[in-house]
Design a binder for this molecule. Structure first.
Ligand code: GAP
Length: 435
């Protein structure tokens, strides 16, 4: 279904997925803090990605590099020269905008003045700081705007220690920083966000085959995340819009409530980065085929996935409203492996004889699955609360439990209930949850 951003933002705030950052001080320029449910959902996304693209494959290894790299990295990669967006300023009120995101023939959104913008100028998006006690140009460093560069800079170390042969990939997942001119649309465009990406090193003659393969894998990933397929589109990025390092880029776009915009990117980075780093550092960054003895600089295909956009599209796709017994039920139909809470143990009422069974049961289940325990409010309200945060199963302990040593397990999407003996409960849930 189509859901408004207001509904998602409100759900995130009221249920503990995502709060405005530094809220008690009035916030800070579109920064967001992930709360108790948000952090679980985010971790589940990262783990599912790492499992699919790294640990379940023989041709992929991971790294976790420093966020601050030698500034020469960014000179070589071209980020200092070209990682910029076009900036315009209203001559009247000095409000700044991204030139490609507003209609320059219209009035300034802030002061209403028309036709008063400066000419677009390149605004570098890297965040700068100083390392160590000096605060001068010699100590100037950048917070990384992408994780990719460490995969190129560490290429020789990884190749030597992992003993991988081409084709193979190096993956990384971590925080990146971009001084966006206009952050916004909730977590869609932020100044710090998490990125999951890998550099897949291939023989130069084979990049097209690998490009097609990874594009299909990206679609498979989106299906596993439960994304609304009808809202996913591919965009062949034109040469003038491609990043400086790319010879082909396909953007995966999504129809967000605020319009069709980028979700992920797949780029053919050629040998651009390895060549530039070899040139600047003086270190050879090439590969010798152990069988043919052919020596070459590998080419790179790079799928890049924003974690926060993944989370946003997961929520947008999972959100459903439906009529149940004359009332509106909000349900997050999250894929089970992504759901922040897997189980809720709910004693039918707040009575000691029920709690004495339900609480130890919840503690036992929590050893295997993220489990919530809730004994206040009516059972109907508690079911609705769990539906709203996407909990796949509720386990209800009632007075019959004391007699028949069984509990009621309610499934989120169908709302069907099954009576399951306590002795078989873990096996039953393990089958249902698939983990
Ligand atoms: N290494 C390639 C690279 O960084 P990118 O298209 O600039 O490519 C990759 O970024 C992904 O990061 C995007 O497809 C998107 O999912 C996410 N992303 C980019 N800018 C973002 C921002 N300001 N806030 C949140 N996510 C962002």
């Amino acid at each position: 279904m189509d859901v408004s951003m207001d509904k998602i933002v409100t759900l995130c705030k009221t249920r503990g997925f995502i709060f405005p950052g530094s809220d008690i001080y009035g916030g800070l320029a579109n920064s967001w803090d992930y709360g108790p449910l948000g952090v679980e959902l985010k971790n589940n996304i990262k783990q599912a990605w790492w499992k699919k693209f790294v640990t379940s494959r023989l041709d992929m290894v991971g790294i976790d590099a420093a966020l601050i790299m030698n500034p020469k990295v960014w000179e070589a990669s071209g980020h200092i020269a070209t990682f910029s967006d076009p900036l315009v300023e209203c001559k009247q009120c000095h409000e700044r905008y991204r030139a490609d995101q507003i209609d320059l023939s219209k009035s300034c959104q802030k002061c209403g003045n028309k036709g008063t913008f400066t000419e677009p100028a390149a605004f570098n998006m890297m965040l700068r700081t100083w390392l160590g006690p000096k605060q001068d140009a010699s100590a100037e460093v950048y917070l990384r705007p992408e994780t990719a560069q460490a995969m190129f800079v560490d290429f020789n170390h990884v190749l030597l220690t992992s003993r991988k042969r081409i084709p193979f990939g190096i993956a990384q997942c971590g925080r990146v920083f971009r001084n966006e001119i206009t952050p916004g649309n909730f977590i869609f465009r932020q100044r710090e966000f998490d990125l999951m990406e890998f550099e897949y090193f291939v023989h130069p003659s084979e990049w097209e085959k690998h490009f097609e393969y990874w594009l299909k894998q990206m679609h498979e990933w989106m299906e596993e995340c439960g994304f609304d397929k009808s809202k996913i589109h591919e965009l062949e990025v034109s040469p003038e819009d491609r990043a400086h390092y790319s010879k082909r880029t396909v953007d995966i776009e999504f129809d967000y409530p605020f319009g069709r915009k980028e979700l992920y990117g797949l780029a053919y980075r050629t040998d651009f980065d390895l060549m530039k780093h070899a040139e600047k550092s003086g270190e050879k960054l090439d590969y010798t085929d152990p069988e043919t003895k052919e020596k070459y600089v590998p080419h790179v295909v790079e799928p890049a996935f924003g974690v926060d956009r993944t989370l946003l599209v997961t929520l947008l796709s999972a959100y459903h409203e439906e009529e149940v017994e004359g009332e509106t039920r909000v349900v997050l139909r999250l894929p089970k492996h992504l759901a922040p809470i897997k189980l809720a143990v709910l004693p039918l009422s707040k009575k000691d004889e029920l709690s004495s069974v339900a609480e130890p049961l919840a503690k036992q289940l929590a050893k295997r699955w993220r489990t919530d325990y809730d004994e206040t409010q009516s059972i109907g309200k508690r079911y609705r609360r769990q539906d709203e945060i996407g909990t796949p199963f509720c386990v209800t302990v009632d007075f019959e439990t004391l007699e028949d040593k069984a509990v009621t397990v309610r499934e989120r999407d169908s709302m069907k209930q099954a009576r399951v003996p306590l002795a078989e409960l873990e096996d039953y849930l393990s089958k249902q949850l698939g983990c």
